[in-house]
Design a binder for this molecule. Structure first.
Ligand code: G6P
Length: 605
């Protein structure tokens, strides 16, 4: 979603801001803009379209050593040059970039219009520049003006503000939308995502909600919305710019699928104890007694994170025998959930920023719930709000559709389930079986990746179907859901996932030669039942692509993956579906890494 970059230092700001905005492109956006100050004169450029269009629109004389940049994902007002950020005030003195939503924007706009202010755009964000513009005239301090303006604002924001009369400082503020400061050599950066900073510095400071900062070339200071100074320790990011390159692959998505043997190995590294057949998860911050005390596990996340949570719930029930279920965080937070002291809550998020998940965590914390996070982005909002958790260490995920983070989350759940199981009733023998299975995953993923050419052929064969059904039973059902999610996200082919057992209770009516089915058929105790389902589809002339551990006459095509332990097989069965969706999307000539209407991190409600 929206992205922010800010720079103050000795260098020319525009190229740095453009480079930063490029790094944020993966988040999804529809317009982009820049503002710089030179000799106490503010210049802005904004365009609907890509960062490359903005770069082309920036004239050579667009000089200034302080500036802010933005990529916008429209919420209030259509994508257009005017609605793009930065927004400036009526006097053309203040420029603001904003992520988030100002909930009382209409009321503030009416008030300001009543005082004679003329608005240019339809956005909620412009009230910020207009408000700060009015305040700065009264206070002649940008810091004071921002503090005062934010007092009348209700909503979420990450903002960066510059004042043409004060070309040495940028004021940033955070409430619900991330802001990180980047510390350079006699220069400072700020952004909504470390991805924008990584080329310049790995020393960062995360702002908390309700915190602001003034950044100058020689340093920064942070303070709260009631003007109390805060002390912040910089933190070193362990990802570098190389992690954000496409590594010679045509798409980030394919790069991220191909990386999975390594990313799974990283998620597992140092966490398997072969002596006691347990998992070491130091980040949980729970002793054995506490770990035993939970009677239920409730998992929340959005999109693919939610489907990986379904896989996790299954693993926890099977290995730890604790009732567990997953729910979309976006639903959970709105239904006034009953929060129980003996339930362990687990929030999942690749980015650690998804607003619905963050809000659900905050609601849980307010009600005294014990919340763990399974998060990829170190130091992100959800990681900081939770009581402990498991980092995925999968490296940055750039493509909008999640692949390696999904798989690493499922692996993290297997570790958590092993951990919860071994402090309860999971036997050492079963513990050993799971540890051995986990260790085999990276090699087996490599083996599945060698099937790419065959999967590509199949994807081409099925890509012209108007829609596809994905079915799986019990362990196979979350696999089917994630497979359908991948296909619809990136190829725009309608895909519906159903428990195989439910097919005859409704969707069987849809089965025809035009609607092929992807069937997840592991070699487990439900194999015969699944094969019966294939027979039912076949009898209605439905085409079937089976993904499992053997071939079957009942299917038109089969993808056979290596077998692991039954509990871990869903992780491996998901991989061919990622490649299938990828090649279907390529065959249909889709924008694979940036599918229409979607954003990587959904930081609004
Ligand atoms: C968006 C993305 C999905 C992703 C979901 C959760 O909707 O388009 O691909 O699964 O957010 O993201 P998170 O960062 O919380 O895992």
């Amino acid at each position: 979603m929206c992205g922010i970059v800010a720079y103050v230092g000795p260098k020319d700001a525009a190229p740095i801001l453009l480079e930063g905005l490029q790094r944020l492109e993966y988040r999804g956006y529809d317009s982009a803009g820049l503002a710089v100050v030179n000799a106490k004169s503010l210049k802005t450029r904004k365009v609907k379209g890509r960062v490359a269009d903005l770069a082309a629109a920036v004239p050579a004389k667009f000089k200034g050593t302080i500036g802010i940049g933005h990529t916008r994902w429209a919420t209030h007002g259509a994508p257009s040059d005017v609605n793009a950020h930065p927004h400036i005030d009526q006097e053309q003195r203040i420029a603001v970039v904003h992520n988030g939503i100002i909930e009382n924007a209409d009321e503030l706009r009416r008030r300001l219009e009543g005082e004679g202010v003329k608005f240019e755009s339809e956005t909620d964000s412009e009230v910020l520049s207009q408000l700060i513009g009015r305040m700065v005239k009264e206070t002649e301090s940008l810091r004071e003006a921002v503090l005062r303006a934010l007092k009348s604002v209700v909503g979420t924001y990450g903002i960066a503000v510059i004042d043409e009369q004060r070309p040495g400082e940028i004021v940033v503020a955070r409430n619900g939308s991330p802001i990180v400061l980047g510390l350079g050599e006699k220069e400072m950066f700020a952004a909504s995502d470390v991805a924008a900073l990584i080329r310049y510095t790995r020393q960062v400071v995360h702002l908390e909600d309700g915190e602001l900062a003034v950044i100058k070339a020689d340093g920064f200071n942070t303070f709260t919305s009631d003007a109390r100074e805060t002390a912040k320790e910089p933190f070193t990011v362990d990802w570098d710019a190389g992690h954000y390159d496409n590594g010679g692959y045509e798409h980030y998505l394919l790069k991220e699928i191909s990386e999975q043997p390594d990313t799974v190995a990283r998620t597992l590294r140092g966490r398997i104890d072969d002596r006691f057949h347990i998992a070491h998860l130091g980040g949980l911050n729970m002793d054995a007694r506490e770990t035993r005390s939970f009677r239920r596990v409730k998992i929340i996340g959005c999109g693919s994170a939610y489907y990986s949570g379904q896989m996790g719930a299954q693993l926890i029930e099977e290995l730890a025998r604790i009732p567990a279920d997953a729910e979309p965080a976006s639903e959970f937070r709105y239904r006034s959930p009953v929060v129980e002291p003996d339930t362990l809550y687990v929030a999942i998020s690749q980015s650690g920023e998804t607003y619905d998940t963050l809000a659900a965590v905050q609601e849980l914390k307010r009600k005294g719930g014990r919340v763990l996070g399974i998060v990829n982005t170190v130091g992100s909002a959800i990681a900081r709000e939770t009581d402990g958790g498991i980092y995925l260490h999968a490296g940055p995920e750039v493509s909008v559709a999640s692949t390696k983070a999904f798989i690493s989350t499922a692996v993290a759940f297997a570790l958590l389930a092993l951990h919860l199981g071994r402090v309860r009733d999971l036997s050492p023998a079963d513990g050993r079986r799971i540890c051995e299975g986990l260790r085999r995953l990276p090699e087996q993923i490599k083996e599945i990746l060698t099937l790419e050419d065959r999967i590509k052929e199949l994807a081409k064969k099925y890509a012209d179907a108007p829609g596809m059904m994905f079915v799986g039973r019990v362990r196979g059902y979350p696999v089917a859901r994630e497979g359908a999610q991948k296909l619809k996200e990136i190829s725009y082919v309608h895909a519906e996932a159903y428990p195989a057992s439910e097919l005859k209770h409704g969707p069987l009516a849809l089965i025809s030669p035009e609607l092929p089915t992807v069937a997840i058929v592991p070699d487990d105790e439900l194999l015969d039942k699944n094969l019966t389902t294939l027979g039912e589809i076949r009898a209605r002339h439905g085409r079937i692509l089976m993904v499992g551990h053997r071939t079957s006459e009942a299917a038109d095509d089969c993808i056979v993956v290596p077998k692991n332990q039954v509990e871990l097989d869903p992780i491996l069965l998901t991989i061919p579906l990622q490649l299938f969706a990828y090649h279907a999307a390529v065959a249909l000539d889709r924008d694979v890494d940036r599918p229409r209407n979607l954003a990587k991190s959904v930081t609004v409600e």
